[in-house]
Design a protein around this ligand. Structure first.
Ligand SMILES: Nc1ncnc2c1ncn2[C@@H]1O[C@H](COP(=O)(O)OP(=O)(O)OP(=O)(O)O)[C@@H](O)[C@H]1O
Ligand SMILES: [Mg+2]
Length: 419
């Protein structure tokens, strides 16, 4: 039975991952959490390391995930909030400065919402090659004259307004491919959101963001990171390695096909000796009529551990380039499918020398009854992001119709060539 809500009121987060494509459908909830209606997900076959490499296949997979979500939720989906990742995504911090608008004859002025827009615009003015576009401009803090650390500068008196922003930019072609795949699958992209930002939205608490936290989304093809401090985003990055590398290592190390390596990893995999009973043994099915073999679980740890350590070390070195590691009061939150493997938190604690917890999008949504584990962090985060945009639209007095038209125009403007 169809729901009685208009399609424009349906929010759909679409996580186009390297391993799976997940669509989560919800109703917007003014002032609260989106109300989950249902979901659909299928294996992903057209991506490599977070980037679409086979358009036809990805479009078919998206169409299938959307169709399952529609059946499950009992609503039609024609618009999605899609995630984007891949090593082509880069970020930097930038600063903009403007004079504050003054009243005639006055020495100082009061910061207006227009001034805030202008200073953010000034901060986003960076030179990018023609094949790259700005994906996000995320204000961190403002400064009025010599007063820093301001979050809401509107109404403050002064002569000079500065803004620190975090800018995320990406390859136009990769973003175009996502939009094109969605279009072929019969859905329009309302907005494109960097995947670790979406994951952060579903698993981090306000306190963690305030104290300083590193989010690591350990996926199949990429490991995405986002660092927050003082409730503002400080750093984002996408590393082109993930759980698929571990599966490949197991397949090579045990001379077993990828499929059975993946199964062994999911059922028995562990990243740290502290997380297992070292007397545990498992049986590996023989290939080509050979006898099954016995394997100690600690042997599996010796294959998986070094790869996880390597990926976490790359993340740590990337974070070291920014100064954010010195200001992490809350620790590390691990999410993504890889976070389900035992021993991940133990190894992350050693590499980052910080407390670590596993984050799943639990209890964050009304009507939560689907058992959404860490691999759904991005999809849930996309829906929460969509709900926040919806609430912002309501509080700005626009109606939903003009709102959807407006953000579609944003995506359309970037990628006019394919519309
Ligand atoms: N219980 C588990 N133990 C170990 N690994 C697991 C477990 N569950 C899932 N994984 C691994 O997590 C990875 C998939 O995670 P996820 O679904 O977050 O990736 P994705 O979003 O599709 O990919 P990406 O974000 O990298 O594009 C796979 O490598 C899978 O083997
Ligand atoms: Mg992912």
């Amino acid at each position: 039975m169809k729901n009685s809500f208009a399609n424009q009121d349906i929010l759909c987060g679409l996580d186009i991952g390297t391993t799976k494509i997940a669509a989560i459908v919800a109703l917007p909830n003014p002032g609260g959490e989106p109300q989950l209606l249902g979901m659909g997900y299928v294996p992903s076959r057209g991506l490599r390391r977070g980037v679409v490499v086979n358009l036809e296949q990805t479009a078919a997979d998206i169409a299938e995930a959307i169709s399952l979500a529609q059946q499950n939720a009992g609503v039609e989906i024609d618009m999605v909030w899609a995630g984007i990742a891949g090593e082509h995504v880069k970020s930097l911090n930038s600063r903009g400065v403007i004079p504050i608008t003054r009243w005639r004859g006055e020495q100082t002025g009061e910061v207006t919402p227009g001034d805030v827009d202008k200073v953010v615009e000034a901060a986003r003015t960076i030179l990018l090659p023609p094949d790259r576009r700005v994906l996000h401009v995320l204000p961190q803090e403002y400064m009025v004259d010599s007063e820093g650390g301001i979050r809401m500068p509107v109404g403050m008196a002064g002569v000079r307004l500065e803004a620190d922003v975090h800018i995320v930019h990406c390859a136009v072609s990769s973003a175009q491919n996502i939009i094109a795949c969605c279009k072929r699958a019969g859905v329009a992209v309302q907005d494109l959101i960097l995947e670790p930002l979406a994951s952060a939205e579903s698993v981090l608490t306000e306190d963690e963001r305030e104290l300083g936290v590193i989010l690591l989304d350990f996926g199949g093809g990429t490991t995405d990171l986002a660092a927050f401090q003082g409730s503002a985003i400080r750093h984002t990055a996408v590393i082109g390695y993930g759980g698929d590398y571990i599966t490949r290592d197991i397949a090579m190390g045990l001379r077993t096909p990828m499929e059975s390596a993946e199964q062994i990893k999911i059922e028995h995999g562990a990243a740290h000796l502290r997380a297992i009973n070292q007397n545990d043994f498992l049986e590996i099915p023989g290939i080509g009529g050979r006898e099954p073999r016995e394997l100690s679980r600690s042997m599996l740890v010796s294959i998986i551990g070094p790869r996880v350590e390597e990926i976490f070390t790359v993340a740590r070195e990337d974070l070291k380039k920014t100064r954010v590691l010195d200001h992490i009061g809350a620790g590390v939150v691990l999410t993504g499918g890889g976070a389900s493997m035992c021993g991940m938190a133990e190894i992350a604690e050693e590499i980052f020398a910080l407390p670590v917890r596993i984050g799943a999008p639990h209890d964050n949504m009304a009507n939560y009854d689907l058992g959404l584990g860490p691999k759904f962090a991005t999809a849930v985060g996309l829906v929460r992001h969509a709900n926040r945009q919806y609430n912002e639209m309501l509080s700005s007095g626009r109606n939903a119709e003009s709102w959807t038209a407006r953000t579609s125009t944003k995506v359309r403007k970037w990628f006019s060539e394919i519309f």
